[in-house]
Design a protein around this ligand. Structure first.
Ligand code: UDP
Length: 386
């Protein structure tokens, strides 16, 4: 019988590895600290509001890769939801990400040429932008930067944009047409039945034990299994011997309101520094309800998202990509190679990377491919295949 692999964490990375290894005839045992699978993608159905609640923040699946889209469609039917965010700043509402309609709202531009001219007037001549603020000033100029980026980013990351790398913002497009899709990828949607249904299929036939804290009995588990895939925070695995890796956390304030529709959209960003939360999510809109279903609902569920400091006791959500944090992570990676060669460290927390879901899947599939074809199973600086 093949040796059994222990997989620590039933989030997307752990579940994808479990599925692939299981389907290749390997035995796997998944342990998960939380009471349900799905990691931060987890959803649950809320009958009062007739919607799937995204328990740890909105998760919209998107990818440009046919391979990853085909793979994930084995476990879910996607509903065709397209993320079209609105921004609230003060009393005003804007289309977002920045597109021709936004440029009309802010500068009165009515055509791509007028929009291009408006941006050319706004842009500041910064030859080599050194941080997020300079990148924005050089690409969209101060008016749009102050309206949409500065306040939100400061709240989200707890630092001024001049102290953050530009990479954080480069994922958001700026367009000169009316396309207000938040993502550029060809494929996008939310699983019908929520991520809970998708993870049920992903983990079908696989042994998963919930409510198990690996780190509390780490040595016991490492002694029992020759091969381990660990998807938790890498610094916690090593008892923070090199200090804590910095994360931003989130606090969610949910409210069940006795009305049918609160904001008419799934996501409204609050970019104003004076408002303490960054966005309000209204969950039913992710399910693409028919107008009739939406109007006859007796309640709607909303969640306000408050950024919070990470650290002991706080859920780690976003790795903070500063040079100091990256250097600390490299020290943990060296420790992993030296002390835990039987453990593969993968996923957002173990690789300390701001992964999207499709990138997590790409990295997990790449890992299993390497392992099945004789590659090593140590920590790898994976470049997720798109
Ligand atoms: N951002 C911003 N204003 C917005 C939305 C995003 O300044 O209205 C910046 C902010 O720094 C954020 C980054 O863009 O951290 C990436 O945003 P995204 O929506 O992709 O973040 P996520 O959904 O992963 O929290």
């Amino acid at each position: 019988m093949s040796p059994c692999t222990l997989i620590v964490g039933a989030g997307l990375y752990g579940a994808a590895c479990a599925r692939e290894l299981h389907d290749a005839g390997h035995r796997v045992h998944v342990i998960e600290q939380r009471p349900q699978p799905g990691g931060n993608c987890a959803t649950r159905y809320v009958a009062e509001a007739d919607c799937h609640e995204h328990l740890h923040g909105a998760h919209i699946f998107h990818t440009d890769s046919d391979r990853i889209w085909t793979w994930v469609n084995r476990f879910a039917r996607f509903n065709g939801y397209v993320n079209r965010v609105k921004v609230r700043h003060g009393d005003a509402l804007y289309s977002f990400p920045i597109n021709l309609f936004t440029l009309y709202q802010v500068f009165g531009a009515k055509t791509p040429d007028e929009a291009r001219a408006a941006l050319a007037r706004e842009r500041q001549p910064i030859a080599e932008p050194a941080n997020l603020e300079e990148h924005c000033l050089a690409t969209v100029g101060p008016t749009l930067y102050r309206l949409f980026i500065e306040g939100y980013t400061r709240k989200q990351w707890g630092r001024h944009p001049s102290e953050l790398p530009a990479e954080i913002i480069k994922r958001i497009p700026v367009r000169l047409d009316f396309n207000d899709n938040y993502f550029n990828d060809r494929w996008q949607g939310i699983p019908i039945g929520g991520y809970a249904a998708m993870f049920d299929r992903l983990l079908a036939g696989i042994r998963v034990d919930f409510g198990v804290d690996f780190l509390r009995d780490r040595d016991h588990w490492l002694a029992r299994y020759d091969r381990v895939i660990y998807t938790g925070p890498i610094d916690a695995f090593f008892d923070h011997v090199h200090g804590r890796l910095e994360y931003r956390s989130l606090r969610f304030e949910r409210e069940l309101l006795p009305i049918a529709d609160f904001q008419g959209n799934a996501v409204v960003n609050y970019t104003d520094a004076a408002v303490p939360y960054t966005r309000i999510v209204e969950h039913r809109h992710f399910d693409l309800p028919s107008p009739a279903r939406n109007e006859r609902a007796s309640h709607t569920l909303i969640t306000r998202e408050y950024p919070a400091a990470g650290g002991a006791g706080a859920e780690p959500y976003y790795p903070v990509a500063t040079a100091a944090n990256q250097a600390r992570f490299e020290r943990y990676r060296a420790l992993a190679d030296e002390l835990a060669p039987q453990v593969h460290f993968g996923g957002r927390l173990a690789e300390y990377r701001y992964y999207d879901m499709h990138q997590v899947i790409g990295a997990a599939l790449a890992h299993v491919q390497r392992r099945l074809h004789g590659g090593c199973h140590r920590i790898d600086a994976l470049t997720p295949s798109a």
